[in-house]
Design a protein around this ligand. Structure first.
Ligand SMILES: [Zn+2]
Length: 68
């Protein structure tokens, strides 16, 4: 487990709670900053080590024709 606080990609705040997972099993978060327009987000971009895996998943999703 990573214990670093999760930052919102929009306001960079750390008032972030877990908000279930995506269909791909990734942790989804929700920003609780009332001044932030962002709803839910996924923190996958910060895990550089998983970059190739994520790219592979994205290309698979694109090939399967699932709209993002
Ligand atoms: Zn935010």
């Amino acid at each position: 487990m990573v214990l670093e606080p999760v930052h919102c990609p929009d306001c960079d705040g750390i008032e972030v709670i877990k908000h279930g997972t995506t269909a791909a099993g990734k942790q989804r978060y929700r920003c609780q900053n009332s001044e932030c327009e962002r709803g839910t987000f996924i923190q996958e971009y910060s895990y550089a080590a998983y970059g190739t895996q994520v790219k592979q998943q994205i290309s698979e999703m694109a090939m399967n024709g699932s709209g993002i």
